[in-house]
Design a protein around this ligand. Structure first.
Ligand SMILES: *Cc1c(COP(=O)(O)O)cnc(C)c1O
Length: 370
C-alpha cells in the first residue's frame, strides 16, 4: 500500500512524465486508448451486443457453477471444458484444434504477434474491424488496405492484385464484416486462400446472424484459421473468443498466448450457456426478425439509405451522421458514428439491432430529428 498524499513524499508528476516520455515508445504515446463511451442508463445500440439478458433460470445455473469454481487455483490453462463444450455445440471437425482467448480481440493480438517478423505485412479489405490495424501497428507489422466497393462488397480483383503485390503474411477477412455488415462470398474467400502466400484468418464474429460458416471446412485449406467469439450472441461480458484451425497453426498461437488467459469464472460459465444453445438461438432469431423490421422502417425515413446486412447491426447513411449521432445521444440513445473513420462510410451510422422497444425509441428519435 502506498502512503496517502501528504504524509510521505511522492514522485512529482513532472518527473514521472519525463520518465514516461524517455521510456515508452513514441508511437504508443501518440495513440489514444480505444474509446469506450459511458453507457449506463442509455439505450445501447453502438457495440453490436445482444440486447437481451440471459433468462433468469440460466443465470441461476451459471450462479451455481460460479459458486463452486475453485478460484484459489489457477484456471485450466488449456481450457479443456470450454473446448469440449464448443465441440459439442458447433460443427468443429474432429482433427481441428482450438485456441481460446479473452475475447477474440486477444486472439487478434496473438495471431498478429505470431506473424510479426521484421518486414511482415498484414492485408485487409477496408474499412474493417479496427483492432487488426491497432495490433499490427503495435507489433510493427506493415498494414496494407484494399478499399471495399461503394456498396460495401469486396472488390475481389483489387484484393487478389494486392495479395500478389504485397505478399502478406496475414490476410484478415471479417465475414460478415464490421462495420459494414456484409459477408464475403465463399468463392472469393476460396480464391483469396489459394492466392495468399501466408495465413488467412476468416473472422466469423457475426456468423450466427449470417447463417453461413466455413467452420466445418476449416481443414480443407492449408492456410485457413477461423476466428469466433461468444460476444455478439449474448456473452460480451464473459470474454470468450476462439480460433479453430489445423493443429500446426494453433500450436504456434498457444506459444504466444498467456498460459492462463481465460479465467476460471469464464471457463465455468461458458459450458452452461453453450449447453442451452436453444436460448441463444431463440435470441438470434428474434434479432434477425427485428433487423428486417428496423431496416424497412429506417429506409422509409426521408434522407436515409440502409445497406443490406448479414450481421446484428445495420449501416444507414444519413444527411449528417455526426449531427444525427449527437441528437440521438442527447435523447439517451448510443449509436456508432462511422463518419470520419473511412471515406466509404461518410455520413454513416452503425446501429445495433436492439429489442423492439429500443428500436422503436430509435425510430421515434430519428423521426423527430430534423
Ligand atoms: C466485436 C468483434 C470482435 C471482437 O470481439 P470480442 O468481444 O473481443 O470477442 C472481433 N472481430 C470482429 C469483426 C468484431 O466485430
Amino acid at each position: 500500500m502506498s502512503a496517502p498524499r501528504g504524509t510521505k513524499a511522492i514522485a512529482a508528476d513532472a518527473e514521472v512524465a519525463a520518465r514516461v516520455a524517455a521510456t515508452i515508445r513514441a508511437d504508443v504515446r501518440a495513440t489514444a486508448a480505444y474509446p469506450v463511451p459511458k453507457s449506463r442508463g442509455l439505450i445501447e445500440l453502438h457495440a453490436n451486443e445482444n440486447p437481451w439478458p440471459l433468462p433468469a433460470q440460466l443465470r441461476g445455473e451459471i450462479a451455481a457453477v460460479l459458486a463452486e469454481a475453485p478460484v484459489h487455483r489457477y484456471p485450466d490453462g488449456a481450457a479443456e471444458a470450454v473446448k469440449a463444450a464448443l465441440r459439442r455445440a458447433l460443427p468443429i471437425p474432429d482433427g481441428a484444434a482450438i485456441a481460446v482467448g479473452s475475447g477474440s480481440d486477444e486472439l487478434i493480438q496473438i495471431v498478429t504477434t505470431a506473424i510479426a517478423a521484421p518486414g511482415a505485412t498484414m492485408l485487409a479489405p477496408e474499412p474493417t474491424f479496427v483492432m487488426y490495424r491497432i495490433y499490427a501497428e503495435l507489433a510493427h507489422v506493415r498494414c496494407a488496405g484494399v478499399p471495399l466497393r461503394a456498396d460495401f462488397t469486396v472488390d475481389e480483383g483489387a484484393l487478389l492484385a494486392a495479395i500478389a503485390r504485397e505478399r502478406p503474411a496475414l490476410v484478415w477477412l471479417a465475414s460478415p464484416n464490421n462495420p459494414t455488415g456484409r459477408v464475403v462470398p465463399l468463392p472469393t474467400i476460396e480464391r483469396v486462400l489459394s492466392a495468399a502466400p501466408g495465413l488467412v484468418v476468416v473472422d466469423e464474429a457475426y456468423a450466427d446472424f449470417a447463417g453461413a460458416s466455413l467452420l466445418p471446412r476449416v481443414l480443407e485449406f492449408a492456410n485457413l484459421v477461423i476466428l469466433r467469439t461468444l460476444s455478439k450472441v449474448g456473452l460480451a461480458g464473459v470474454r470468450l473468443g476462439y480460433a479453430v484451425g489445423h493443429p500446426a497453426w494453433i500450436a504456434e498461437f498457444d506459444k504466444v498466448r498467456s498460459p492462463y488467459n481465460v479465467n476460471a469464472l469464464t471457463q465455468a460459465a461458458v459450458p452452461v450457456v453453450l449447453a442451452a444453445s436453444d436460448v441463444l438461438a431463440g435470441q438470434v432469431a428474434a434479432i434477425l426478425r427485428e433487423r428486417d423490421r428496423l431496416a424497412r422502417a429506417l429506409a422509409a425515413l426521408p434522407g436515409v439509405t440502409v445497406f443490406p446486412s448479414d450481421a446484428n447491426f445495420l449501416v444507414a447513411r444519413v444527411i449528417d451522421a455526426p449531427a444525427a449521432a449527437a441528437a440521438l445521444r442527447a435523447k439517451g440513445i448510443l449509436v456508432k458514428n462511422l463518419h470520419g473513420g473511412h471515406p466509404l462510410t461518410a455520413n454513416c451510422l452503425r446501429i445495433t439491432v436492439g429489442t423492439p422497444a429500443e428500436n422503436d425509441a430509435l425510430l421515434a428519435a430519428l423521426r423527430a430529428t430534423p
